[in-house]
Design a protein around this ligand. Structure first.
Ligand code: ADP
Ligand code: MG
Ligand code: ZN
Length: 609
């Protein structure tokens, strides 16, 4: 019904446009055509032309006089002039008997006038109508006769070309999906024991962890038809079209069973129906249709629905209840071994030297997603090509890690010697504070070459192995390390610079988290003071406490940072000689490794004993 209403409204709009066009043509184009042939002149010229017997036609209007002249060479010209109050005019015209002053001067031929005022607008209208209809039917998918046909693509094995071997690290997710593939191959095995297989499985996890890739791998492995559609494809211009698409998709799937239906980014249609007044009718209908369809089909027939999303918390609970997407398959950020194997999978596609230490790279990329790791490998290949080599080296990969973290090197950035000095002391400040605390990860690399991300230098720390927990001591050591840069500036130059802004941001965030999430403060004990909103998308949090408590939290954060800063300053002033020596060394070399750093640190302390 609503479709028809919409269509009716469209027709109305179209009709109005046509009318306006017609009017425009008749009031503007035709007079313009006429005027373009008429020359304006003055009255005395008119009189002189009459006397010279050049005038052959005259048309007298209310305020104008139009006249047509014919020269001896046969050319005619139409003029117009102002009509003056001239009582002699008629007798003057009459005296030149060859002048026809009863007639009409037609400046445009009647045929041309007819074409312009009627045929041309009609042609225009037909063209516009066609364009409009094409746009509508395109949005509806297919030609105008098949409104609401789903545009799900059917994948078969050869087309995705992906198998479980292409997915590294996601072992739990793979296991869960293997079971589904097995069900599609031998449904009897499950029917015998009376088990119902899940109708739907939802892949959840942060962006870039391989959810779409996993689904494609299932398509490659399953050997059954695989329908793939993205949630946004259901969102339509017309209310009801999305629902029709869902219906059509499931009809197709039922015909092709056993098969898999994959809905990517399902949160676009599966959002909670939260009764907003300006609620999205279309989306709600689509979701309702999806819920109905998922209930409607026979679980034993072998249609399995996969969904993928990185906002599971925003999904409608009805979608998640048993019998619909009753199984959740997490695709989390890869751990150390996961990262290593993802790096290896992607490194297979490029030429590398033989002695690449993937473990070292994996350790340096804690928190990176599969997509980022794939990007790192690709960057390293690009770097090798840029340098004219035909295989990727360890250095290439390590440099790309930094490119992905901090951007490209700005080799020709001009930084004054004074500023360079400050940056060097700042970075050594971080590194020294880090290395002087037991609970801190070892220093891997220090550099003062600026990067395109805006970093003027940085200190890279890498843990020995994978870390799953962070103790209070480690958190505090980290904050102290972050304040180490500013502390060095204060100590050596007796000033502070804006270079510490990023350190300050990170330190504050961590100190806040210690209090509000990790329960690491005495005052609040184990009370959760903030709730995380989007776990997988940045994890912004909102306060869940009174204003008074918020004030107290700020105080606590302040205390933690102050004492960490204090500690960093103490460490640096106790080791000021090493600070000088290391900073000088860094200034000279611009980039030093953790090993070089430790050598100088230890040599010094040995000689001073
Ligand atoms: P999303 O989870 O956001 O859907 P994708 O599946 O689109 O992420 O992953 C993007 C790319 O990242 C993939 O094409 C693949 O190259 C790479 N990738 C992500 N995770 C993995 C993984 N576990 N193993 C191998 N490659 C991966
Ligand atoms: Mg995806
Ligand atoms: Zn810093």
């Amino acid at each position: 019904m609503k479709d028809n209403k919409k269509l009716f409204r469209q027709m109305l709009v179209f009709g109005t446009i046509c009318l306006i066009l017609l009017l425009a043509f008749n009031t503007m184009v035709i007079p313009f055509m006429k005027d373009s042939q008429v020359k304006e002149t003055n009255y005395s010229f008119f009189l002189s032309q009459i006397d010279e017997d050049n005038v052959q036609k005259v048309q007298i209007e209310d305020t104008l006089i139009k006249f047509e002249t014919k020269k001896d060479d046969g050319t005619t010209q139409i003029y117009s002039t102002i009509r003056l109050d001239d009582p002699d005019l008629v007798s003057r015209l009459y005296s030149h008997e060859n002048i026809d002053f009863t007639g009409n001067i037609a400046t445009v031929s009647p045929f041309a006038e007819f074409v312009v005022s009627w045929i041309l607008p009609l042609v225009f209208m037909i063209v516009i109508w066609n364009v409009l209809m094409k746009g509508i039917t395109k949005k509806m998918g297919g030609n105008s006769m098949s409104f609401g046909k789903s545009s799900a693509k059917i994948y078969v094995k050869a087309q995705t070309g992906k198998t479980f071997n292409d997915v590294a690290g996601q072992d739990e997710a793979k296991e869960a999906l293997v079971e589904i593939v097995d069900f599609l191959h031998n449904p009897e095995k499950y029917a015998e024991i009376g088990a119902n297989l899940p109708k739907g499985a939802l892949l959840v996890g942060p962006p870039g962890t391989g959810k779409t890739l996993l689904a494609q791998a299932v398509a490659g492995e399953a050997d059954v038809p695989f329908f793939s559609i993205s949630g946004s494809e259901f969102v339509e211009m017309f209310v009801g079209m999305g629902a029709a698409k869902v219906r059509d998709l499931f009809k197709q799937a039922n015909e092709k069973a056993p098969c898999i239906v994959f809905i990517d980014e399902i949160d676009t249609i599966g959002k909670k129906r939260d009764g907003q007044i300006s609620g999205n009718d279309e989306r709600e209908q689509t979701l309702n249709q999806l819920l109905t369809e998922m209930d409607g089909f026979d679980g034993k027939k072998g249609v399995v629905i996969l969904g993928a999303t990185n906002r599971p918390e925003s999904l409608d609970p009805a979608l998640l209840r048993p019998g619909r997407f009753d199984r959740r398959i997490p695709a989390e950020l890869p751990d150390l071994s996961g990262r290593e194997s993802i790096l290896k999978v992607h490194a297979k596609k490029i030429k590398t030297e033989n002695n690449i230490d993937y473990n070292a790279v994996a350790r340096a990329t804690a928190g990176a997603s599969g997509a980022e790791l794939a990007n790192i490998i690709n960057e390293s290949a690009l770097r090798a090509v840029r340098d004219g080599r035909n295989a990727v080296s360890q250095a290439d990969i390590e440099e790309s890690v930094e490119v992905v973290i901090a951007g490209y090197e700005r080799k020709n950035a001009v930084i004054s010697q004074k500023e360079k000095e400050i940056i060097a002391y700042h970075e050594i400040g971080h590194a020294l504070v880090a290395s002087m605390q037991k609970a801190s990860a070892p220093v891997h690399k220090i550099t003062i070459i600026p990067r395109t991300s805006g970093a003027l230098g940085y200190t890279m720390q890498i843990d020995e192995g994978e870390k799953f927990l962070m103790s209070k001591e480690e958190a505090f050591a980290k904050i102290a390390t972050l304040t180490g840069g500013r502390s060095a500036e204060e100590l050596i130059f007796n000033t502070c610079t804006s270079g510490a802004s990023n350190d300050i941001e990170q330190a504050t965030k961590l100190a806040r988290a210690m209090i509000t999430h990790y329960g690491m403060s005495e005052r609040f004990d184990m009370v959760a003071l903030e709730t995380v909103n989007n776990k997988y998308l940045g994890g912004d949090s909102s306060l869940a406490c009174s204003e008074e408590t918020a004030t107290q939290i700020d105080e606590e954060v302040n205390n933690i940072i102050k004492s960490a800063h204090e500690k960093a300053r103490r460490i640096l002033s106790e080791n000021s000689e090493k600070l000088h020596e290391l900073a000088r060394f860094l200034l000279e070399k611009e980039t030093i490794t953790g090993e070089e750093f430790m050598n100088i640190l230890n040599k010094k302390s040995l000689s001073s004993v």
